[in-house]
Design a protein around this ligand. Sequence first.
Ligand SMILES: Nc1ncnc2c1ncn2[C@@H]1O[C@H](COP(=O)(O)OP(=O)(O)OP(=O)(O)O)[C@@H](O)[C@H]1O
Length: 268
Amino acid sequence: MNTPRAAVLDFADVTVRRGEATLLDSINWRVDEGDRWVVLGPNGAGKTTLLQVASAQIHPTTGVAGILDEVLGAVDVFELRPRIGLTSVALAERIPRAERVHDVVVSASYGVVGRWREEYDALDHDRASDLLTEVGAVHLVDRTFGTLSEGERKRVQVARALMADPELLLLDEPAAGLDLGGREDLVSTLSVLAADPGSPATVLVSHHVEEIPPGFTHALLLRKGKVVAAGPISTVITAHNLSATFGMPLVLHHEDGRWTARRRTRQR
Ligand SMILES: Nc1ncnc2c1ncn2[C@@H]1O[C@H](COP(=O)(O)OP(=O)(O)OP(=O)(O)O)[C@@H](O)[C@H]1O
């Protein structure tokens, strides 16, 4: 008999309200060990809010958010957060521009942004170098973060998010602001990570089906704080579901593990 896989995220009726606004509306969602999820939706759909709950940055207004076998509200978030690797624009803005790339990565083992006087051992330094190699950024090791291009920064952030050996990896729009080559490089890196059985359960937030790395297993589509569809990627990423999510008729193509989408042109 197969042992059931542990739930990494287990959301039951998770709702987030701010004043009159409902940012997330009764989200039921389960992420298991080994899953690689993409969360897609238009601007304002609630994707970042969903990741803020999943990364224990905010609590649901109502409902229950289970994270790594703990329940948000009944656990010390300062013990929970180091078990989660996160990349987001908000986090990137906190990285000192004068910080050496190696230090940006190695300092994640203490959960700090900006190296101060912490002591790191050889294993930490080796791990930081290995991760920078894995994301194709080892040549940048002695550069300062502020001198990197947007694409190089994204790679360094992925290495940093993996440094503390997280049980859950959350990537909020890692391809935003990248040019075509940068996006393609990042998609390849994430695809290699996805294929590695040693990689943690992963949730990638994006606006574009073109950014889904081959090997991702599940998708959740969000619109106006509600789930349009969620489950195995091949059943969820359909023209019908995407059209409902983005509120326009879309044509979808799937080739060599990659998706592309465009608006359906009117038939005369
Ligand atoms: N404190 C707040 N009070 C009221 N509304 C808020 C608050 N914070 C966020 N919102 C709204 O909640 C909605 C969801 O925001 P969120 O950032 O989660 O969306 P998103 O899907 O990540 O959007 P984007 O793709 O544009 O980054 C947006 O309409 C936003 O304006």
